[in-house]
Design a protein around this ligand. Structure first.
Ligand code: EPZ
Length: 430
């Protein structure tokens, strides 16, 4: 079955002695949330593929193991993934529970296998730390394209009784994953498919670039309306994954919270506009030049309220990191989480550092405190974990962070990059 290997062991911890200002340069890795749908897109062809700038993360390893389980031959050397044509072009059509439970993005297998094998069985994802995360929008879209859906035994069995046909699909919410799943299906469906109210994230644009390299006909990616003209066959491709805007935002906030001065390299500044606009308003010095961003703490920052939203709004994946910064800024601020219904699990852990935070439904009210004191804390999910690392970097004394396997899913060599920026941080295997 799927062997999901964690880089370290499950009991690994991170220990931070806080107070160091971050200084120096950090190279931003390829985007996890772009690389994942692109890896699933490789199921749309049997030809060879090369993908560069793929980050070394547990979610990537999980996906590569899954592709090999289905019938691909996927190999990763450094940050390059080579996918060879499968021996017999035969693929399994199932995504088992132990995989979907670990990585929700594995539901992106539905589109490619539905359109190529005419059937796919995917375990229901179940909830996760940041909310129920149903897949109703995905299933509605597949039904509109002509698929039959059967839910039994904890699996969603999707199959084509007659044929799939291009159509207009109105997403009730601009779901990133649902937009990606429709794209991964419609490119090989006869006729024209229009996605209305599509997600506009940069990762959608990167996926559309890959699909068009494969011979698809996708226009409008990055806007609310995407048009796909179905084709009969798709080919291999070579592609370089875009930089990870969420990783970049995390390092920018790390510089701010430690009153440091860093340069981020290999980023796309435009992708960080909503975050950098807020940070500049708060008083952080940020200068963009080409694919670099220079960040310097020059004075005490002022509190700023944020509301998360779909791109180009303030990203929900930066909400926890932002909240941590606001906890250490004198004055009051608030955070409204509009995308997920339960993405405040980091609040209880931040209080252990001494944060003064109150939760009122989807709104968190913050009263800045003078300082944090280091504490033992536990990671609940990927971005909450990043927030706890930032808190530890700023805290006086020692912070011990457990369940850091969540971090290994989304931050490439996180503690190594932070140590090179001057943080007193190390990983211990318990
Ligand atoms: C993607 O998740 C990202 N993951 C998430 O990043 C990110 O937080 C999210 O988009 C929002 O930007 C990847 O790209 C692998 P959604 P996804 O479908 O596609 C609800 C990280 O930290 N919804 O846009 O799952 C859902 O419950 C991760 O890197 C339905 O109700 O997000 C949520 O409240 C975390 N029904 C909202 O929509 C559906 O069928 C947004 O979900 C689908 C979604």
């Amino acid at each position: 079955m799927i062997d999901v290997k964690f880089k370290g062991c499950k009991m690994d911890k991170i220990v931070i002695h806080g107070g160091n200002k971050l200084r120096g340069e950090v190279v931003i890795s390829g985007s996890k949330n772009s690389a994942l749908p692109i890896l699933f897109a490789t199921l749309l062809t049997d030809e060879s593929i090369t993908i560069n700038n793929v980050p070394s993360l547990d979610d990537i390893n999980t996906t590569l193991s899954f592709l090999n389980f289905i019938g691909k031959k996927a190999v990763k050397r450094g940050n390059t993934v080579e996918i060879y044509s499968s021996e017999n072009g035969m693929y399994k059509y199932i995504a088992p529970y132990d995989l979907v439970r670990k990585m929700r993005a594995s539901i992106l297998v539905m589109g490619p296998l539905l359109v190529r094998l005419k059937k796919v069985n995917v375990s229901l994802p179940g909830g996760c730390a940041i909310g129920a995360r149903p897949i109703d929008i995905h299933l509605e879209a597949f039904k509109k394209l002509g698929a039959e859906i059967l839910v039994e035994g904890g699996y969603v069995k999707t199959f084509v009784k007659y044929r799939l046909k291009g159509t207009t699909i109105n997403l009730r919410f601009p779901s990133v994953g649902a937009t990606e799943n429709v794209l991964l299906t419609a490119v090989l469906v006869k006729g024209r498919t229009i996605i209305v109210n599509a997600a506009c994230e940069p990762e959608i644009e990167d996926l559309a670039i890959v699909l068009n390299k494969m011979g698809a006909k996708v226009t409008g990616a990055g806007t609310k309306n995407i048009i796909i003209e179905g084709v009969d066959k798709l080919h291999g491709f070579r592609h370089e994954v875009i930089p990870d805007r969420i990783e970049a935002a995390t390092y920018i906030i790390a510089a701010a919270i430690t009153k440091g001065e860093i340069v981020l390299k290999e980023v796309i500044p435009q992708h960080l506009k909503s975050i950098n606009d807020k940070l500049r308003k708060s008083g952080l010095y940020i200068k963009e030049s080409g694919n670099k961003i220079y960040v310097k703490w020059i004075k005490n920052l002022k509190p700023q309220n944020i509301k998360t939203g779909v791109y180009p709004g303030f990203p929900t994946d930066v909400q926890a990191q932002w909240m941590t910064l606001m906890c250490l800024i004198n004055g009051k601020s608030s955070v409204k989480e509009n995308v997920f219904e339960n993405r405040f699990l980091h609040v209880a852990e931040l209080r252990r550092f001494g944060a003064n935070i109150s939760v009122d439904g989807r709104i968190v009210n913050i009263k800045g405190v003078e300082k944090f004191s280091g504490a033992p804390v536990i990671v609940s999910d990927l971005r909450a974990g990043a927030a706890l690392v930032l808190a530890g970097l700023a805290a006086c004394g020692t912070t011990t962070i457990s369940r850091i396997y969540h971090l290994d899913r989304g931050y490439e060599v996180f503690e190594k990059k932070l140590k090179e920026l001057g943080a007193n941080i190390r990983r211990i295997c318990d």
